[in-house]
Ligand binder design. Structure first.
Ligand SMILES: [Zn+2]
Length: 142
């Protein structure tokens, strides 16, 4: 199920992120990832405005250079409030990479999209690290 609704400025307009290094990887099939992404998105009260699907892309690839996810992260795909994936490794190579991606989203968001660094993933169990003096990220589910 891949429901896509337009960006509406609600603050929880999320981009679904999927990645597969091998299409034969059954445990991470596109359908299963779509399911998990949709559930994670729903759990934080968000909705999917688009999908960044990178097939045949290794987990070692820098998120910025991924054909689908890269342009979103670089702010080339229009406004969005965050990204949601089925697991950490579907977005970045590791947690460190993921945090860098969150930082990047914050820095590219500029003033126009201040909430872009909210990046729930993994069934809503993670949000970007709290910053001193920044309370915007703390209303996303735990
Ligand atoms: Zn919205």
């Amino acid at each position: 199920m891949q429901i896509v609704t337009p960006y509406d400025g609600c603050g929880k307009c999320l981009v679904g992120v999927r990645r597969l290094s091998r299409k034969s990887d059954v445990s991470n099939s596109p359908e299963r990832q779509a399911d998990q992404v949709t559930k994670a998105c729903t759990s934080v009260g968000g909705h999917i405005i688009g999908w960044a699907d990178d097939w045949e892309v290794s987990g070692a690839t820098d998120p910025l250079t991924r054909p689908e996810l890269g342009p979103w992260l670089m702010g080339e795909m229009g406004p969005y409030d965050g990204i949601v994936g089925s697991a950490v490794d579907r977005i970045g190579r590791n947690t460190h990479d993921m945090l860098n991606t969150g930082d990047l989203m914050k820095s590219t968001a500029r003033s126009a999209r201040p909430s872009a660094a909210k990046a729930p993933y993994s069934a809503g169990t993670w949000t970007s690290p709290p910053r001193t003096g920044d309370t915007r990220d703390r209303d996303v589910g735990t």
